[in-house]
Design a protein around this ligand. Sequence first.
Ligand SMILES: C=C(O[C@@H]1C=C(C(=O)O)C=C[C@H]1O)C(=O)O
Length: 115
Amino acid sequence: MTNADHTAPQSGGFDSNADVYARLESIRQSIDNIDAALIHLLAERFKFTQTVGRLKADHGLPPADLAREARQIKRLRALAEESHLDPAFAEKFLNFIVAEVIHHHERIAGGAAEA
Ligand SMILES: C=C(O[C@@H]1C=C(C(=O)O)C=C[C@H]1O)C(=O)O
């Protein structure tokens, strides 16, 4: 079964339970692949933000940059709209990640070795 198959209209009649479960399984494989990609992307993002945190700590810059965050929110809300994703969700998602990044930066600035 290809990725396109699980979204194809069914050819009339009733699907057996087995058909429904096969389609569900196929769709879930794609969902699992996307979830894996998200984890990999987040891991890469956090590697870069850790580097930013060390740079800021070394030069006495504050952990948060609200002007930068405002620009990111504006950009991501526009991208979400173009992609038919709820912009409010995109903003909440970014804020959730940034809050974690700022915790890391605060720990780095406080001299915690594991931050
Ligand atoms: C990574 C930074 O630090 C913070 C975290 C941000 C982020 O995760 O994108 C953005 C702005 C800052 O509040 C940065 O200043 O670039």
